[in-house]
Design a protein around this ligand. Structure first.
Ligand SMILES: [Zn+2]
Length: 147
């Protein structure tokens, strides 16, 4: 879990690198930048996978960084053997409930509102991605390369 704190007195975000104890600071309104920096330091595989996904699909930039937050929070449970069409469960960002990721002949789907309302962005291949589906993809990519 990446812990970024806001220092009200100094009006800046702070992140302490867990191993060295070194403190990094970021201006107010740059919490996302602070988070990305922390990921680049702690999990280079995940950071590289996110950058690659955004390079391939620039329209997924927002969804991808939210997905990185889910991966860092260990929010993805992949089933080794699918249960029906369900290949994984992903915790919701607010901590209430989980969403099933399903694999179909035409591709993947998620149960969340962003996906089912068709508001989630489409790639040039016609695949729709909410943050949960992007998190599932990032989880697979980063875990496959580790073994
Ligand atoms: Zn979703």
């Amino acid at each position: 879990m990446i812990d970024i704190n806001y220092n009200r007195q100094e009006k800046q975000y702070e992140w302490i690198e867990p191993e060295s104890g070194e403190r990094f600071t970021f201006p107010a309104k740059q919490k996302h930048e602070a988070f990305r920096f922390a990921v680049s330091m702690l999990d280079t595989d995940l950071y590289a996978a996110a950058e690659r996904m955004i390079d391939d699909h620039p329209q997924l930039e927002r969804v991808t960084w939210r997905a990185v937050e889910l991966v860092c929070a260990n929010a993805i449970e992949v089933f080794p053997a699918p249960l029906g069409n369900v290949v994984a469960m992903v915790d919701s960002s607010d901590g209430y409930g989980r969403y099933a990721i399903e694999e179909h002949e035409y591709g993947f789907s998620c149960q969340c509102e962003h996906f089912t309302s068709l508001a989630a962005p489409l790639t040039q291949n016609g695949e729709r991605y909410c943050k949960h589906l992007a998190a599932y993809r990032l989880h697979l990519r980063t875990h496959e390369t580790r073994f």
